[in-house]
Ligand binder design. Structure first.
Ligand code: DON
Length: 557
């Protein structure tokens, strides 16, 4: 013992010295960023803080993610360099069948897949909190959930972003009295400044803190969730909830220039699609131009629909899809002077565009990191709250392919690989990512449906060019997803020189009509030990670095 003790101390000191000595949080809402910084200041690590941020977002951003949803958590532990991916994606209930969203004539009824309890998968968020706290955190859930519980009890003020998204889902929220009472005011979008209190949600979070997983997936909460779903025509059972568990998976790893990119494996398409696109770019000399980036995106998205789904149900040739040999083969069909019409590349597909979801990035002073992208799918998810729970259920079942060839909310059609099956996880585009260089580390991610992957890819390209963190979140965005065969771009891009260049090469460039995405990013420069963080100016979020004044939108060290 006498010999061991100083040795252990030494190891601890060395591990701490390796970190930045500063904490940083970037999230989509200032109150959630504050919650994360509060927990870090109390001695919590990045994982405790990520729980606090996600729980706070579940309260103040009810339209994007929450206890009725799921998500993906990419973790890095500095002391032993462990990198893991906590898959807390929703699962299809046991009674789910491939044709559950088709009527007797085989026609897909979009409403069943999108609205009300029939659209909801079994939520993973509560299980993720418990898993993270038990296996990686330093603090009890009672502490890390405290800021969220406080916000749920005391309420938060509605702002314009909330109003816009509530307007989009007003009709559906009005179908369910519990949801309308919580998120609307007299059946209408609440005015700015209206305070929303969620005492039932506060109780659910409290029970989770007290009882762990059983506090949500068994007992009072589980019973109310299942009763509510059943009475409104859904198919959840108590067993579905009791059987839910997160799955730890190995992240995908790819390289671009001198960067190591650690990202989301299936059931997300993120790491594979981005890795393949970057591998294709690596086949060409020099800085890739917009045409090349678009052609790489086109080819990688084609494979999204061909091959990807829940890896526990379908075999995915991950190694092949991420190999240089395959990228070389895919790159060969690129004409440097002309757009390749998508239909000449093989079977057709359409992919989604996005509405809402959320991302958070955390770095603690020891160098531990979290990138988490969390979702209930469309704004306000399914619009359904089981009475007495305050838990707004997701409509993530719509990320499955309801029928071959039939598009989902984002225009996505999938293959058999993404067909509905009991216990299966729907294919996602969420792409929480780390980018690692010898001298610096980046943490980033964003919501935005199928455009998530290309947004993160554009962010990675900025990071690879050693641009400051603000540049990644500010950058004007463009996207190609194979089909529809068009470059979807933010309005500002459409008038640019780059867009003209694309059009000259035969690309069809269309404006998305509005800016998209809500990226949250952190950069740690190890050499100078600078930490900078930024929250997308398109959203209302905030980024903070300890020892500095809070940053409204974007900020630097
Ligand atoms: O998992 C997915 O890919 C979708 N459910 C994400 C939805 C989304 O990002 C909406 N965003 N704005």
């Amino acid at each position: 013992m006498r010999i061991l003790l100083p040795l252990l101390l030494l190891i601890t000191v060395t591990a701490q010295a390796a970190g930045p000595g500063k904490n940083a949080v970037a999230s989509a809402h200032p109150l959630a960023t504050d919650a994360g910084m509060e927990i870090l200041a109390k001695g919590g690590n990045a994982y405790d803080a990520a729980i606090a941020v996600a729980a706070a977002l579940a309260v103040v951003e009810p339209y994007s993610a929450g206890m009725g949803g799921g998500g993906f958590w990419l973790l890095h532990r500095e002391s032993d360099s462990l990198q893991t991916f906590v898959d807390a994606r929703e699962t299809a209930p046991d009674a789910a069948i491939p044709t559950m969203y088709q009527d007797r004539d085989g026609k897909v009824v979009r409403d069943w897949a999108l609205n009300g309890p029939s659209a909801a998968g079994i939520p993973g968020q509560a299980a993720a909190f418990v898993h993270l706290a038990d296996n990686y955190g330093k603090l009890p859930l009672k502490t890390s959930l405290a800021p969220a519980i406080r916000l749920a009890r005391e309420g938060f003020e509605v702002e314009d972003h909330y109003r816009k998204l509530a307007g989009y889902r007003e009709e559906v929220l009005n179908r369910f009295p519990e949801a309308a009472a919580l998120f609307l005011h007299n059946g209408k979008v609440p005015p700015a400044g209206h305070v929303i209190k969620q005492p039932d949600l506060a109780r659910v979070l409290t029970l989770l803190a007290e009882k762990g997983k059983a506090g949500f997936y068994q007992g009072e909460v589980a019973r109310k969730l299942v009763e509510g779903v059943e009475q409104a025509g859904g198919i959840w059972t108590l067993e579905d909830l009791a059987n839910y568990d997160v799955i730890e998976r190995s992240p995908t790893v790819s390289t671009f220039k001198n960067a190591r990119i650690v990202s989301a494996p299936p059931p997300s398409a993120g790491g594979i699609v981005m890795g393949q696109a970057l591998n294709i770019l690596s086949q060409f000399d020099g800085e890739p131009d917009t045409h090349l980036i678009v052609e790489a995106m086109r080819r990688a998205y084609q494979d999204r629909a061909r091959y990807l789904g829940d890896p526990d149900f379908v075999d995915i040739p991950v190694d092949k899809l991420l190999s240089s040999e395959y990228a070389r083969q895919r790159a060969r069909s690129i004409n440097p002077d002309e757009a390749t019409p998508s239909h000449t590349l093989g079977e057709p597909l359409t992919v989604e565009e996005g509405f809402h979801t959320t991302h958070l990035s955390v770095l603690d002073k020891a160098g531990n990191r979290v990138a988490a992208t969390l979702s209930i799918n469309l704004p306000f998810g399914s619009g359904f709250v089981p009475p007495g729970t305050g838990v707004l259920l997701n409509n993530e079942m719509d990320d499955f392919s309801a029928k071959p060839g039939s598009p989902n909310a984002y225009g996505l059609v999938g293959s058999e690989a993404n067909a509905i099956a009991p216990g299966k996880r729907p294919l996602s585009s969420m792409t929480p990512t780390f980018v690692e260089f010898d001298d610096r580390v980046a943490i980033l991610g964003t919501p935005g449906g199928s455009r998530i992957i290309t947004m993160v890819m554009l962010g990675v390209l900025e990071a690879a060019n050693d641009q400051p963190v603000d540049a990644w979140v500010n950058r004007v965005r463009f996207h190609h997803q194979y089909l529809p065969d068009e470059v979807q771009a933010e309005p500002e891009f459409v008038g640019s020189e780059a867009a003209k260049e694309l059009m000259l090469r035969g690309h069809h460039v269309v404006s998305t009509g509005r800016d998209y995405g809500n990226m949250q990013a952190i950069l740690w420069r190890k050499g100078s030990n600078e930490v900078t963080a930024a929250s997308d100016p398109r959203g209302i979020g905030s980024a903070a670095v300890s020892g500095q004044a809070p940053l409204k939108k974007t900020g630097t060290d």
